[in-house]
Design a protein around this ligand. Sequence first.
Ligand code: PEP
Ligand code: MG
Length: 370
Amino acid sequence: ADELVKAVHRVMTFADGERRLKVRANADNAEDAARARRFGAQGIGLCRTEHMFLGDRRELVERLILAENKQEQEEALEQLLPLQKGDFVELFEAMDGLPVTVRLIDPPLHEFLPDLTELSVKAAVAEARGEDVSESQRLLHCVQRLHEQNPMLGLRGVRLGLVIPGLFIMQVRAIAEAAAERRAAGGDPHAEIMIPLVGTVQELEIVREEAEQVIREVQQASGTELDIAIGTMIELPRAAVTAGQIAEAAEFFSFGTNDLTQTTWGFSRDDVEASFFSQYLEKGIFGVSPFETIDRDGVGELVRMGAERGRATRPGIKLGVCGEHGGDPDSVHFFHEVGLDYVSCSPFRIPVARLEAGRAATESEGSDFR
Ligand code: PEP
Ligand code: MG
């Protein structure tokens, strides 16, 4: 077994020496980050901050979204800020010296709203009993107003950030303050802020301006120079097509191939178990699910186009991918061909991604490391 471990180690060292793609991890907490580091991750390519709001904190986000006035909003934000800051301090500590791409919150809205049917029933029961229904009616109207038939195509990502006052800014402040705190403690944090689901450069410009303002404020208050890059996900066909414009406001792109596959094919990510999908596989309409292996002709072309157009506007723009495809062998080869800078995948897939990135590099140079 010892010999085997040594052999694997030699192969990995060789692959690492050859590969041009960096390999980062998708991780949302210090434990996953530490695990990713042990597997050889060179940073975090995607921290999904919505995962930090599950459990006890869900209610705070719900309160923020449903706030009736500025005071209620501010109360919720004040409670959220120190919690978020604590999350990032831990994450930056675990990834000291390495880049950490923090994606601002991107949940489908219904995950943070009370259930509409339940609310309707409660309001009806209260009314039948002759109770005071003004509060339950208010809540019901509020949730009705926000209810969506297709939450995955609705108020998500940057849209939520633009519509709910203070939400993104609270997160940016938490990131900046956490970075300043780590710096003051002698650490070496490398925070990057990523905006999800951008479809037009205007969305990014608005968020960027507000974020830069907050980062400046934190820099001044802490007396620390914070070099925080702001970039975006490219996960909508429109974003790939207009990548040349978007790159004006983005220091990096990360291709979100999960959503990009969903929106390019028009297949729901959450329904790939649907019967027609398996029939498609059986009929050979595609060999493998495009959610697993990058569809080179369609989704892949959009990635290529996004990369080329982004580079044309901003030569040297950092390019990565953080969808599930980032850890899929065949897709890793494709991302090497397109010339991305890194792939980001779940911690357990990192060794495979390192190996495949090494193989892709030597294959394209005609070596026999296969
Ligand atoms: C993606 O869409 O590919 C992505 C990485 O974001 P999420 O899976 O969180 O939507
Ligand atoms: Mg996405």
